[in-house]
Design a protein around this ligand. Structure first.
Ligand code: B1M
Length: 217
């Protein structure tokens, strides 16, 4: 990686970590101008900074208002990067319908929104049911759109169990859609335990979804 690219990634990370909104916007613009991939700018820049804020919050070195502000800063910078992220949108038939939401009781949606953007950019039709999404809305929406994949995000150990509620409710209704799970609180072994498929990040989620579509052909 070039020194310049690494310097821009550091700027992105530090702007979120140090709660500097204008610096984050400037660094996002710089990243685009320098040809840094927007996925890289998010994953290895902004999100790194945000997770460090989360760690500080866990160590009681930051307040919840600072956590909220850091998330706003990240979202503002993502808005700058989003058009470039969407540029790669492949013009072709819809690969599959995907129902995507953050489970009930959990309001974290930055990661879920990134997964949506990447899915949309890769030819999937996403039905985003938002954050704190009731379990029955996953089931109802999947039925309505004939989803091939239902995806549930969960960021907290206290809400990860809701993913099991979602897959149980889907199966109880006779829905056979593939069930994908992700988010900071989720592991591969948890996914296997509940009968879901794990994706560690937005790019992986797209790769896994494409494999599912390929296998179904
Ligand atoms: Co909160 N929060 N938060 N928070 N927050 C965490 C999750 C926490 C780990 C911080 C900490 O203490 N270290 C902790 C949870 C601890 C636990 O597990 N029990 C925590 C807590 C405790 C809370 C509150 C309870 C705090 C409070 O009020 N006292 C509260 C929760 C309220 C609720 O939900 N009911 C709360 C609130 C918030 C904010 C609103 C301030 C804000 C969220 C803003 C928003 O999302 N709109 C926030 C934030 C920003 C975080 C951290 C710092 C960062 C999360 C994030 O956006 N990461 C987080 C710390 C951490 O995660 N280490 C933390 C960046 C994002 C790009 O990554 O979401 O992981 P991520 O998504 C990735 C992958 O995980 C994956 O792809 C994404 C892109 O690569 N992925 C999927 C995600 N979903 C996927 C779905 C898939 C596939 C892949 O398939 C379907």
């Amino acid at each position: 990686m070039s020194d310049n690219k690494q310097a821009i990634l550091n700027e992105l990370e530090n702007s979120v970590k140090n709660l500097e909104q204008e610096a984050a916007i400037e660094a996002a613009k710089k990243a685009l101008a320098a040809g840094v991939s927007p996925v890289d700018a998010i994953e290895n820049g902004l999100a790194k900074g945000l997770r460090e804020v989360g760690d500080k919050f866990a160590r009681k070195e930051m307040f919840v208002v600072e956590l909220i502000y850091a998330a706003e800063i990240m979202n503002g910078a993502i808005k700058i990067l989003e058009p470039e992220l969407k540029k790669s949108k492949e013009k072709r038939n819809v690969l599959a319908h995907v129902v995507l939401g953050t489970v009930a009781g959990d309001i974290h949606d930055i990661g879920k929104n990134l997964v949506r953007i990447m899915f949309e950019a890769s030819g999937f039709e996403v039905h985003d049911i938002g954050k704190d999404a009731p379990t029955d809305v996953f089931v109802k929406t999947s039925k309505e759109v004939g989803a091939g994949i239902v995806g549930a995000s969960s960021l907290m150990t206290t809400t990860v169990g809701v993913q099991k509620d979602v897959i149980d409710a889907l199966r109880a209704s006779g829905d056979k859609a593939h069930f994908m799970v992700g988010g900071a609180a989720v592991t591969d072994s948890w996914a296997k335990e509940i009968g879901g498929i794990y994706a560690s990040d937005a790019m992986t989620a797209v790769g896994v979804a494409k494999q599912i579509v390929e296998k179904g052909r």
